[in-house]
Design a protein around this ligand. Structure first.
Ligand SMILES: [Zn+2]
Length: 266
């Protein structure tokens, strides 16, 4: 069985000094690829370095909406962004390194950490610019849409009228009608292991065809276990739950999700 974690943060402080063990756990569980996501200029460089050191790790370079705005003032455990991200500079960096990473993400919009009234316009503009850049260098995009699901879908639909590049909605928590709309647009949904207790992800799996599902962990966050931090090995929990909901075997689910991964990121 080939398993995949399409979105996590192994450059997080939680994994300092534990990475070899975490990767060994993943390999033992059958994980063959782990996409580690950057969120800003410093973490993008860390992620690239990790992907060079460990063949199982693939890099995704991101511009997190809050970091783009220069509003990331709290401690997250990830490399901090001081001030706004210079988009053009980061695009130049990405273009120079385009053979070294598999996707652009996480990107998107967030009205949980940023005030909607005050930042909607700027977040929309940044998001559009990044989508256009991804289209130009032909990379799939991984979307963060916390409390901004509708706005993200509106922009994606406008900017990608012909599905020019694959879209993965990471931890999508929109309501049913938005899930259905995104599925109809052909977007992928990556589902984290806390699906074992989070009903909104269970409903998404019911609504979205298996050919549009992916597995992720968002590690170290979103653990399926109360007493353990999340890690890529736990994609097995997502696979088991999807199998249960879809009435399929674990192998059937794992095989299709691997195919989806290769199609989107391969
Ligand atoms: Zn994330």
């Amino acid at each position: 069985m080939n398993l995949v974690d399409v979105h996590c943060h192994l450059n997080h402080k939680e994994f300092e000094g534990k990475l070899d063990e975490v990767l060994k756990n993943a390999e033992k569980a059958g994980v063959k690829a782990i996409v580690v996501s950057g969120v800003n200029t410093a973490s993008n460089r860390e992620v690239l370095a990790l992907s060079k050191k460990y063949p199982i790790i693939k890099a995704s370079l991101g511009i997190y909406p809050i970091d783009a705005l220069g509003l990331a003032d709290g401690e997250t455990g990830l490399a901090r962004q001081i001030g706004k991200i210079d988009l053009d500079e980061e695009f130049t960096f990405m273009e120079e390194h385009q053979d070294e990473f598999v996707s652009i993400g996480e990107i998107g919009m967030d009205f949980n950490w940023a005030d909607k009234e005050k930042t909607l316009e700027q977040q929309s503009e940044t998001f559009r610019k990044i989508i256009r850049f991804a289209k130009k260098i032909k990379k799939p995009i991984v979307i963060h849409s916390r409390k901004a699901e509708l706005q993200c879908l509106d922009i994606l639909e406008e900017e990608l009228p012909n599905n020019e590049i694959p879209v993965d909605l990471h931890c999508f928590s929109g309501r049913k009608h938005l899930t259905k709309r995104a599925a109809a647009l052909g977007y992928y949904f990556s589902i984290p292991p806390n699906i074992v207790k989070a009903q909104n992800f269970q409903i998404a799996v019911e609504l979205v065809p298996l050919t549009q599902l992916l597995t992720e962990t968002d590690a170290p966050w979103l653990s399926p276990f109360r007493d353990k931090i999340n890690e890529p090995a736990y994609v097995t929990e997502t696979i088991k739950k999807i199998a249960e909901i879809k009435g399929l075997s674990v192998e059937e689910v794992a095989d299709q999700i691997w195919k989806n991964y290769v199609k989107v990121f391969g």
